[in-house]
Design a protein around this ligand. Sequence first.
Ligand SMILES: Nc1ncnc2c1ncn2[C@@H]1O[C@H](COP(=O)(O)OP(=O)(O)O)[C@@H](O)[C@H]1O
Ligand SMILES: [Mg+2]
Length: 310
Amino acid sequence: MSIHPQPSPAPSETVIRLEDIERRFGPVHALRGISLSLSSGRALALVGESGCGKTTCARIIARMDQPTAGKLRFRERDVTVIGAPQDERAYRRDVQMVFQDPFSSLNPVFSIDHHLSRPLILHGHAVGKAALSSAVSQLLVDVGLDPAVTKHKFPHELSGGQRQRVNIARALAVQPSVLVADEPTSMLDVSIRMGILELLERIKREKNLALLYITHDIATAAHVAEEIVVMFAGQMVEWGETRAVIGDPRHPYTQLLLSAVPDGSRPFVRGASARFVEQAETVRALSRPPSTAVEQVGANHFVRSLAAPD
Ligand SMILES: Nc1ncnc2c1ncn2[C@@H]1O[C@H](COP(=O)(O)OP(=O)(O)O)[C@@H](O)[C@H]1O
Ligand SMILES: [Mg+2]
């Protein structure tokens, strides 16, 4: 079964905006000029290989890290600098994160009921025993788990996929407006990944969430995200409407990512020798210094120009 992101019925508004974000770790320039925005009811996929800066970007959005330059805006307000404690608390509630590892993110000594009750109580979303119990049940239903079976289990009694669903339920418990999912399926069995992606796409629509979906697997981006940003070495190299970027990739790095996807799941297929030539070209192109010039190649499709070959 294939799923297609549908337009959100509620009007979409920009919730998070990154403007020219830089992050240096000593000599490592992890992020260079990252500018993107997340809108309610829509998903943006951040795609690139390990080490390209995806998690750094996620941590800056979740305020677990700070940029060395650039601006972070939340509903147009500049929140780059750490604010008053109550503002920070509100921000941390509004912006929730789901991590790669579903095994380490739940506490083994607490039941699933406890994991979901805590945020509901903390944020005052359920008052009284009966209301709390039905709120926990509803969260589990929302993420496709059976409350009667799941509630009283402990994390070790669940599969990786079920645990990741509990992590998503826990994020939803605080009623966030932004969800950052950092490679949420990369540690899960291949056979259950699609179910998690379908869940993310559905809650994005139903809860009108602004979703940042981070992945190294470009083929999955189209299942979840209307927009895509392809990153290479800390820079955005190609971005725009997912269909345009995946259907007509212009940057050699995007082409390389797509050529690694098994045939059949990409919109076009080429012969092996053509692919080999393309990849050799790609490696040459990517070894040139990065360029600052950006070319618009479609209504919502942008490509960073390659530096001229020497
Ligand atoms: N806390 C840190 N200290 C030093 N270097 C870091 C730190 N976090 C990330 N980096 C470096 O920044 C780059 C991007 O890392 P990361 O954002 O984790 O990439 P990704 O999530 O795409 O794999 C890497 O070179 C990584 O080694
Ligand atoms: Mg990462």
